[in-house]
Write a protein that binds this ligand. Structure first.
Ligand code: GDP
Length: 368
């Protein structure tokens, strides 16, 4: 039967309508060129080749290795872990700076300004991110870095968007492992950017030496969504956009924040947090912040906090990884997946207690 006869709307009682067979759409891409592209791209290296490339500062191999770190495929993870293991002895020699602040505070502009200064002076800078929103939006704060024009063009700067998939714990682990690879590749300054709205600052704080909080003048703390705990983590609070009409307000805010910082308990690092003003846009006050970071680094290297803190962070991430892997293994277990919804319903109907449901599921998981 021809298409025209087959189609229901071509039957007699649909008078006045005639449906013709459509025309097959050509493929939107040239399949031959895709195949050629994939063939060219599919060059893979051994873990040793990756490591050798990374140690030579080869950015292409570094990027590919980071992609392996970010991949959730088991075979990629195996290679990634081997690369990380071999890079570890060559890592650690950097200052790791966490940068946070609400969207719009000027993080990208600030990173562009400070990063360009560092790159111009011969430093090697890697900019990474932990973006908790990327899971939802599948985008990334660092996805659109066209704004960092100068920095992305600098030969000694490497900008990597936030890994997008997975839990905060998963994203944080990937970023932390990327730090190891970047340091092995010779980057001696690492920026890790995050949005100052939730738990991601805690993750960033626990993988950095120095924590910079960017703020705006004139917007209350509540408005900026900054919690007390985040202020408490800051080594420097920088009031950005201290330019034009805003200069005076920024200076007032600086004094207020400086006073507020005094009220927090003394830091284990022995460092007294300070509040500064800057304009990422006019590039003023940027050098002072960089000088402060360097002064901080000297101080904590002398008093031993640098090492103590990094050790504490390594321990922290070991336990975090254990918890994350246990959690994943549990929720991905086929028997658990099968049973979970049923148990959830029983709990909601008050047929069994939450505790009993959890125990039964755990017994099932551990085959007890
Ligand atoms: P992010 O969301 O924290 O990364 O913020 P952006 O760097 O994207 O900046 C948000 C907006 O604020 C942009 O329009 C910037 O041009 C502007 N901006 C950033 N820094 C400054 C500054 O120091 N002064 C002024 N006046 N505007 C700024």
């Amino acid at each position: 039967m021809k298409f025209e006869e087959k189609h229901i709307e071509n039957q007699p009682h649909f008078k006045g309508l005639k449906v013709n067979e459509g025309i097959a759409q050509p493929a939107p891409v040239n399949e031959d060129s895709v195949r050629r592209f994939l063939k060219k791209r599919r060059k893979t290296y051994t873990p040793d080749e990756y490591v050798a490339g990374i140690l030579q500062g080869n950015i292409t191999l570094l990027s590919q290795a980071v992609t392996l770190v970010e991949s959730s495929k088991t075979e990629h993870q195996q290679i990634a872990q081997e690369i990380i293991k071999k890079c570890l002895p060559h890592s650690g020699n950097s200052v790791r700076v966490g940068i946070t602040g609400v969207p719009g505070v000027g993080k990208s502009t600030f990173i562009e300004a400070l990063g360009s200064l560092i790159a111009r002076e011969g430093g090697k800078l890697a900019v990474l991110a932990i973006d908790p929103s990327s899971e939802r939006s599948k985008g990334s704060i660092l996805g659109d870095k066209t704004r960092m024009e100068e920095l992305s063009g600098a030969p000694n700067a490497y900008i990597r968007p936030s890994p997008s998939a997975g839990s905060l714990g998963g994203v944080a682990r990937k970023t932390r492992e990327t730090v190891v690879l970047c340091e092995a590749a010779g980057f001696n300054t690492i920026f890790i950017e995050t949005v100052g709205v939730g738990q991601s600052e805690t993750a960033v704080h626990s993988m950095t030496d120095f924590f910079l909080l960017l703020m705006l003048a004139g917007a209350g703390d509540e408005l900026q969504g900054i919690k007390r705990g985040i202020m408490e983590m800051a080594d420097v609070v920088a009031i950005n956009k201290a330019d034009g009409n805003n200069r005076e307000k920024a200076e007032l805010a600086r004094i207020q924040y400086q006073n507020a910082l005094h009220l927090f308990p003394a830091k284990e690092s022995g460092w007294e947090p300070t509040a500064l003003t800057c304009s990422a846009y006019e590039k003023s006050g940027i050098r002072e912040i960089w000088d402060t970071i360097n002064r901080y680094r000297e101080q904590i290297q002398q008093n031993g906090f640098f090492e103590t803190n990094r050790n504490a962070q390594a321990r922290y991430w070991m336990f975090e990884s254990i918890e994350e892997q246990l959690r994943n293994s549990f929720y991905q277990n086929p028997a658990i997946k099968h049973k979970l919804a049923e148990m959830e319903e029983k709990v909601l109907k008050a047929e069994i207690s939450s505790f009993t449901a959890a125990s039964q599921l755990l017994n099932l998981y551990f085959k007890r």
